[in-house]
Design a protein around this ligand. Structure first.
Ligand code: GLC
Length: 407
């Protein structure tokens, strides 16, 4: 069986890390299945997928298509941007989209896949437009759909073309069903991670040096948020929580990550976050590392990993990764994130956006090394059960086979 993946970005964000893990897992379990990927931009994803043995080509989005998106319209964003221009931008992109569809169609035909697996909203729609009718299409949905009005409409309009949907959590699966109804069938396949890479033991990153800060003294506790700069990831909640800690608390905060995706307006810039840190009075106790590719060494260098999304998190890959690294995790408990942890056993939780609750938990953990250790140990054990990579192929292969048989 030959599977062709379509991905709307070339950079490696959460959905792309999962795609790479899917490819690695299938490679190991089904070495006889050829795997191919078409990415809509060049970037780290291309080399990483090739290194795993996939046949990769880039069919680049025209600029007008790369920047258009409605992630800022609904609930997954603050009201900072009401995209008056979205309809206009879409209309302006129409001729380029028509051209792109033709190029994508010939690239798909040339790859001769048995099944097309799309890995992001734009590719769900473009895949439906471009994939030859006889090739079944499977949508892998990583985000809530109902909060995106335009995407909801587009997916509804093309749902008949899709043979099956993979959702990364039950919360996302329920949301997809609420938008699309009973067809196509939706299967929850939780993400998995590379437990050899995300493990309690291993290299550490010097976060202080990266952030240009003096080394933190003995007894200091490092607490960090590891996330893209998407506004709903809760950097603001994190900075405000740090501002509520007693000045004498031996805690240093770290903002790890940088802007990634191209969709305009949906992210903070580093400068904006630094200004916010200044405004709430924590500029001295927060380091900004910028984008870090060595995520596991960065997490291992932290004592506490904070996940602070202000909206329900579809899955929350960083939570799984930090747990697998044996860290004490504080997560914002809503959506898929709440499904993958056991509050008080392998992580602590706060309500999305509740900076005071987050501050209390940071203070509690900062003052209790034994609790940090207990949570971290339980988290590493739970990860081995929940997030081992071979499960991806075990979950997906039967779905692929059923879909291809039915077509
Ligand atoms: C998206 C979701 C995130 C999830 C990732 C991988 O980025 O927002 O919650 O972890 O996809 O599925």
């Amino acid at each position: 069986m030959k599977i062709l993946f379509l991905n709307p970005a070339g950079l490696i964000g959460g959905a792309e890390r999962v795609l790479l893990d899917v490819i690695a897992s299938l490679r190991a379990a089904r070495p006889d299945w050829p795997l191919a990927l078409i990415a809509a931009a060049d970037g780290d994803l291309v080399g990483a997928a090739r290194a795993l043995g996939a046949e990769v080509s880039v069919v680049a989005f025209p600029r007008s298509l790369a920047v258009v998106g409605d992630a800022g319209v609904g609930g997954t964003a603050l009201s900072y941007r009401w995209p008056l221009g979205l309809a206009g931008r879409l209309a302006a992109a129409a001729p380029a989209v028509a051209l792109y569809r033709r190029r994508l169609r010939s690239a798909i035909a040339a790859a001769t896949p048995d099944l097309v697996h799309t890995n992001g909203f734009k590719m769900h729609v473009l895949g439906a437009w471009a994939a030859p009718r006889e090739i079944p299409l499977l949508w892998h949905i990583h985000d809530f759909v109902s909060t995106r009005p335009l995407m909801s409409r587009l997916l509804r309009a093309h749902a008949r073309r899709c043979a099956a949907i993979i959702a990364n959590s039950h919360s996302v699966a329920d949301d997809v069903r609420a938008v699309l109804g009973r067809r196509p069938p939706v299967f929850t396949v939780y993400n998995a991670i590379d437990l050899a890479k995300f493990a309690p033991a291993g290299a550490l990153l010097d976060l202080d040096a990266l952030a240009g800060m003096p080394p933190l003294g003995a007894g200091g506790v490092r607490v960090g948020i590891v996330a893209t700069m998407a506004r709903w990831k809760g950097h603001e909640t994190f900075l405000r929580a740090l501002a509520m800690l007693p000045a004498a608390a031996p805690v240093r905060g770290y903002v790890i990550g940088g802007p990634r995706y191209e969709t305009a307006g949906s992210q903070y810039t580093g400068a904006e976050l630094r200004a916010l840190a200044m405004k709430v009075g924590v500029a001295e106790r927060v380091g900004f590392t910028g984008f870090v590719s060595a995520v596991a060494p960065a997490m291992r260098a932290l004592d506490i990993v904070v996940h602070a999304s202000t909206e329900p998190e579809p899955f929350g890959l960083v939570i799984a990764e930090a747990m697998a690294c044996g860290r004490a995790v504080i997560a914002s408990a809503a959506g898929g994130a709440a499904e993958i942890i056991e509050d008080g056993i392998d992580a602590l939780t706060h309500r999305p956006g509740d900076a005071s609750a987050l501050a209390r938990l940071i203070a509690q953990l900062a003052g209790d090394a034994a609790l940090r250790q207990r949570l971290g140990h339980a988290a590493a054990l739970a990860s081995a059960r929940r997030f081992a990579r071979p499960r991806l192929a075990a979950d997906l292969a039967p779905i692929y086979c059923a879909v291809v048989e039915r077509s």
